[in-house]
Ligand binder design. Structure first.
Ligand code: GDP
Length: 659
């Protein structure tokens, strides 16, 4: 680690800016940029003090990536404070400069060689590295692993290699640093190469090169070292330029991570980032999980001229030709190659939290922009990431301790979308979040899941996580939404049941707790014996409302479909529930259209006088004055009405969970 000297009026002691940097960096880590140039992302890992920052500073310096005069200014400031100049300061200085400009993603340090542009992913420790990798904030295409020639291989040298393998960083080079303090000894270099190669081999990995360097003195960085004539391999810059450009992401199938859905009047703009492939106006896209499809109508950019395509790395928005419900977390793909989706799968994880991972514990699983509660069902195997030995622990105490690796079975509360890590590394990795911290990261093990047919029912099982008093908050925490009543009112044949049935199906498939309380069905049981007199109708609605309230209290989204013609009856139903828990939906199909539809022949019978007090014929209907939503199924498709209902449920959820 290094401390940047002050460049202004030199204080007596150099301020430690590193804490400030890491705090600021983490807040901007997920910031995306529009039209960002494509660069090869490289991560530098290694044991603490083996020279990561020095190497980065040296690379910046030797490739002339430091602004004119900056290096000299830092050298002078060091001299003034009687401090030894460190190349690491150059990295800090560059980061400090970037932070003046908040639009730049400060997790990446840009530089270029004669051959191409690069970004070094600044990952001071493996927690940051893992977090960056699994959140997709910065996915490395290549890595440098640093090993101090004098100290040799340490735990993190091994652990980081394990992580590179686990996370699928496709290519890496091992740099044996501080060769100056190891007397530029070929024997020492060979000894480390031989031991470390054997370790990598056990992981099924192979370094592209081993390079003996001195980051401090510049040996074999941009220039071949005169001190080590015995080494005939590439310099660090040559090795960098030889990394394969994995911008082949452009040639891969489309993966678009939905970050948000913005509503402007009737338009909905689906905002996110093209992670692979490309998106064009007219493309049919599938949103996973769930499998809803629609066609891209327009591609929207905030600060760039309109174009009909969006390429890898671009953050854009798009609108759809048909209105469907899309929310943050969905992954858009083309029909020909969609991600998998499942609730349960096996995973290989790396654990970082000091609280051990144990069966039955609940975490949040973060993959791409998805963030879903999940539970550890079982732990199959625990491995020591530095020795690669299986950890023997009695079955009853099977937990995963900090820095251990394990194979576990996870079950998420709702289906999540993911890919086979061998084909799509970013969507094949996930983070496990404990509270607000990344507690672990991992990959989904191939073959441990099923591809669920789009739109098919998701299994719903009871999960027993919470102990103690079951409060509405606990129910909401388990269900991922609060209990509510959606009360559909409107004429007979207005479409209340059709909409409620479809809404119930979609909510159920998305793993929500939902129950449809249908007027006709209730009259067979709870309300049997009640007729259609004004008094009986009011009693019928009173019982229905009380039943709906019980469901909402139980944490369920209760869909109640009742003609409920009287305002006073509906208002009483509303008064049973807490503010915001009762959502009145007026299905406002005009009477003439309901009469024409007349699927059960009821209007005809009422006209003939066979049904007394039939709403709209011989009994009044009082439309709601302030309903939460008015729907016109005669003008809009069922899918579009259901989309609006789902959006209403998202907007009105006060439980801090999106439905
Ligand atoms: P990090 O924790 O991996 O980022 O390590 P730093 O880059 O902060 O380096 C740790 C210490 O090792 C610093 O005092 C550096 O000056 C020193 N160092 C780094 N590279 C070399 C090198 O090639 N030779 C020598 N002698 N010292 C080095």
């Amino acid at each position: 680690m290094s401390t940047l000297p002050s460049l202004s009026s030199a204080p007596a002691t150099a301020p430690d800016l590193s804490a400030k940097f890491s705090a600021q960096r983490s807040t901007t880590a997920l910031k995306t940029s529009v039209g960002e140039p494509t660069r090869l992302n490289v991560v530098v890992v290694g044991h603490v003090d083996h020279g990561k920052s020095t190497l980065i500073g040296r690379l910046l310096f030797d490739t002339d990536s430091i602004p004119q005069g900056k290096a000299e200014a830092i050298q002078k400031a060091c001299a003034a404070e009687g401090m030894e100049f460190e190349y690491a300061f150059l990295m800090d200085a560059l980061l400090e400069e970037q932070e003046q400009n908040i639009t730049i993603d400060t997790t990446r340090i840009p530089f270029r060689t004669a051959a191409r542009d690069y970004a070094i992913i600044d990952a001071p420790g493996h927690t940051e590295f893992l977090k960056n990798m699994v959140t997709g904030a910065a996915s490395a295409a290549a890595a440098f692993v640093l090993i101090d020639a004098r100290e040799g291989i340490r735990e993190q040298s091994r652990r980081h290699a394990f992580l590179l393998g686990l996370l699928g960083v496709p290519q890496f080079v091992v740099l044996i640093n501080k060769m100056d303090v190891a007397g530029y000894s070929e024997a020492r270099y060979r000894e480390i190469v031989s031991t470390y190669s054997a370790f990598l081999q056990q992981l099924g990995l192979a370094a592209q090169h081993f390079i003996p360097i001195s980051a401090k003195h510049g040996d074999n960085i941009a220039h071949r070292s005169a001190q080590m004539p015995w080494f005939t391999g590439p310099t660090v810059v040559e090795a960098l330029d030889a990394f394969e450009d994995t911008q082949t992401l452009a040639a891969k199938p489309l993966r678009f991570f939905v970050q948000d859905v913005y509503r402007f009047d009737e338009r909905r703009i689906i905002a996110g980032r093209v992670e692979s492939g490309s998106l064009r106006v007219g493309d049919k896209v599938v949103f996973t999980p769930g499998g809803r499809t629609s066609t891209v109508k327009t591609i929207e950019r905030w600060s760039a001229p309109k174009r009909d395509t969006a390429e890898v790395g671009e953050s854009v928005g798009f609108t759809l030709a048909e209105q469907i419900f899309v929310e943050r977390g969905a992954i858009a793909a083309h029909e020909t190659d969609t991600p998998f989706e499942d609730r349960q799968f096996r995973a290989r994880i790396f654990w970082m939290s000091k609280n051990p991972l144990a069966p039955g514990r609940a975490y949040r699983l973060r993959l791409a922009t998805q963030d879903v509660p999940c539970e550890v069902l079982s732990i199959e195997r625990v491995i020591d990431a530095t020795s690669l030995d299986e950890v023997a622990r009695p079955a009853a105490e099977l937990t995963v301790q900090r820095h251990e690796v394990a194979e576990i079975t996870l079950r998420a509360r709702q289906a999540i979308a993911f890919d086979d890590r061998r084909h799509f590394s970013v969507t094949g990795r996930f983070a496990l979040i404990e509270g607000r911290l990344s507690a672990g990261g991992g990959i989904v093990l191939p073959g441990s899941y099923h591809r669920r047919a789009a739109g098919g029912p998701a299994p719903v099982e009871n999960l027993f996580w919470a102990e103690g008093k079951v409060t509405p908050q606990r129910r909401a925490a388990r269900n991922g939404h609060s209990g509510r009543v959606v009360w559909f009112t409107g004429f007979s044949a207005s479409g209340k049941s059709t909409l409620a049935v479809e809404l119930e199906r979609q909510l159920f498939n998305a793993g929500r707790q939902v129950y449809l309380l249908d007027g006709d069905n209730l009259r067979h049981g709870l309300c049997a014996g009640l007729g259609f007199s004004a008094a009986d109708r009011t009693e019928n609605i009173r019982r229905a409302a009380e039943a709906a309230k019980l469901f909402a209290d139980a944490g369920i989204i209760c869909l109640a479909a009742f003609i409920s013609p009287l305002r006073s009856d509906r208002d009483r139903a509303r008064s049973l529930l807490a503010p915001g828990q009762f959502l009145e939906v007026h299905v406002a199909t005009p009477l003439e259209i309901c009469r024409q539809r007349d699927p059960k022949g009821l209007y005809a019978r009422a006209d003939r006088g066979e049904i007394k007090e039939f709403t709209g014929v011989t009994a009044p209907y009082e439309p709601p004055e302030n309903p939460e939503l008015v729907l016109h199924p005669e003008l809009e498709s069922v899918e579009s009405c259901v989309t609006r209902l789902l959006e209403l449920l998202v907007e009105t959820d006060d439980s801090a969970y999106n439905i």
